[in-house]
Design a protein around this ligand. Structure first.
Ligand SMILES: [Fe+2]
Length: 521
């Protein structure tokens, strides 16, 4: 059993101390811990998983190897004591990729727990735990996952991960805003080093800052993660190759996006194939959207609504970024030529829906799906950065679900920094229209919400397809899928200024197999 203590122990253990012979792990001497960013695993399927770490820049500098490749050993074992090694190898951590290490381990058994660690010189990481998926044709009784998003460093501590890492999960869905490109939070709960993030070096440093958090490291070490990104991994409210609005004027946004995407690869347990064309200068794009089976129980769809989207419309003065817009006065608002996912991804998704025989269809995407009208000074307005700003694209997604008779769609999202739970409607303007699925849009891990609960309560009355909204707590959600139904539990942190904050259960919901009505438990 992997203990909490072994997950959180200092990463700079000496190989000799854990009973490993020095020879064979390289001769690199370290003055400081080379593994300050912890370890992670991710992108699992039924026969493989990605193991990740990255060497600390200060440790590399102190060792005089900043510009050199460094060989890092990885081991994957059936047991926490590493007596039954399942696979091992050496990855050359390259300066051109920020001394990141990605070991894509193949030939593994399905639905199996494994343990892993990295070694370089006399340094060894703590032990991580990971898990492969069941085979696509396997009968599976249960899938339990947590979903999380939006973890601005300076806004609070990652106590949510302190609690998440103790849950019994098959994997974690991270839905975007792993870093923020912003400088210090006001007021700062903790110090954000580095100011505005613009260059590859800036992005690398910001990831290193986030990765230094021990609660985040524990959640990565405890479970494999499935990753998608949102805007802040690049810039607030960017759209495709169009800049958003934050910080100093951007001189070459496509170059900045490219640097940000590279840094994302370097710091996440993601597959090389998704990023290969970007990293070899053959393309400026990354293929993140995907579908993977979790046995016959579930299909997991991971979408990318940032990289291919058309820009937001009808901002005052045609400004970049997002705004609250009077849709009735915006001629292009409903233009069917506008897209959020890009037409290639839309077509792919409809085909995947059509072919899905899974009992649950879990759609992991960035933001709030359901319509959310706001009355501002007597005028109905919508936020133009979310699905509300792309209503024709949303209706096409709804059409894809209806036309393909997609079974039990469950949508997960983030971005809005509040918890929202609602019914997916065939027509959001007609409450009597069919309910075709359920949506759970999560709060943030730390990022502040600008809203007041009274505003959300008004919004629930105004938008009755939503049945729950809460802005008071940062946290995460856990979703438990069985053949009978899906149970979602929303966890809130009592004090975001405390890294070991107590948690509370905000609400619990159930959706029965074959029904879309959400019951409050
Ligand atoms: Fe966010």
């Amino acid at each position: 059993m992997l203990t909490r203590r072994s997950l959180l122990q200092g990463a700079f253990a000496s190989a000799a101390l854990v009973g490993l012979a020095k020879q064979g792990w390289g001769q690199q001497a370290w003055q400081t811990n080379p593994f300050t960013m912890g370890i992670a695993s991710g992108s699992p399927d039924s026969s493989s998983v990605v193991l990740w770490t990255r060497l600390d820049p200060q440790a590399l500098e102190a060792a005089g190897v900043t510009d050199k490749a460094v060989d890092v050993v990885w081991q994957l074992a059936h047991d926490e004591g590493f007596t039954k090694i399942a696979a091992k190898g050496i990855v050359s951590a390259q300066p051109a990729l920020g001394h990141s290490v990605h070991a894509e381990v193949n030939g593994l058994e399905p639905a199996r727990q494994y343990f892993y660690r990295f070694l370089v010189g006399e340094a060894v990481t703590s032990v991580g735990r990971t898990r492969t998926f069941p085979r696509a044709d396997a009968a599976v009784d249960r899938l339990r996952l947590s979903y999380a998003s939006c973890q601005r460093w300076g806004d609070g501590y990652y106590s949510a991960y302190h609690h998440m890492s103790k849950e019994d999960l098959d994997f974690v869905f991270f839905l975007g805003d792993y870093i923020y490109e912003y400088p210090a939070s006001i007021p700062p709960i903790r110090e954000t080093t580095g100011g505005w993030v613009n260059t590859l070096q800036d992005y690398r440093a910001r990831y290193a800052l986030h990765k230094s958090d021990l609660n985040l490291q524990a959640a990565h070490a405890a479970f494999p993660w499935m990753m998608i990104w949102d805007d802040h991994e690049v810039q607030n409210d960017y759209a495709g190759e169009i800049q958003g609005r934050s910080g100093a004027a951007v001189t070459d946004f496509p170059a900045r996006r490219l640097a940000a995407y590279q840094a994302y690869y370097e710091n996440m347990p993601v597959r090389r194939a998704s990023f290969d064309k970007l990293l070899t200068s053959q393309s400026k794009q990354v293929r993140l959207f995907d579908r993977i089976a979790y046995g016959r129980l579930a299909n997991l769809f991971t979408l990318d609504d940032r990289q291919y989207r058309d820009r937001q419309v009808c901002n005052a003065d045609n400004a970049f970024g997002s705004g609250m817009v009077e849709a009735d006065k915006c001629e292009v608002w409903k233009d069917p030529k506008r897209t959020l996912l890009g037409f290639e991804q839309e077509t792919w998704l409809k085909n995947e829906f059509a072919g899905s025989k899974a009992q649950w269809n879990i759609i992991a995407q960035q933001t709030l799906f359901g319509q959310r009208a706001s009355d501002i000074k007597g005028t109905e307005k919508f936020w133009n950065d979310g699905w509300d700003g792309y209503t024709a694209a949303r209706q096409r997604m709804i059409g894809s679900i209806v036309d393909t008779k997609l079974t039990n769609p469950i949508m997960l999202g983030g971005d809005v920094h509040d918890n929202w739970v609602g019914h997916i409607k065939a027509d959001y303007n007609d409450l009597a229209s069919a309910t075709i699925g359920a949506e759970f849009c999560g709060t943030s891990i730390t990022t502040k919400s600008g809203a007041k609960q009274a505003q959300l309560n008004q919004s629930l009355v105004r938008n009755p397809h939503f049945i729950f909204a809460n802005t008071e707590y940062r946290g995460y959600g856990t979703v438990d899928f069985t053949q009978k139904g899906v149970t979602t539990t929303l966890k809130g942190m009592k004090d975001i200024t405390d890294p070991k904050s107590d948690s509370l259960t905000l609400a619990k919901f159930f959706v029965a197999n074959g029904k879309s009505d959400i019951q409050t438990l």
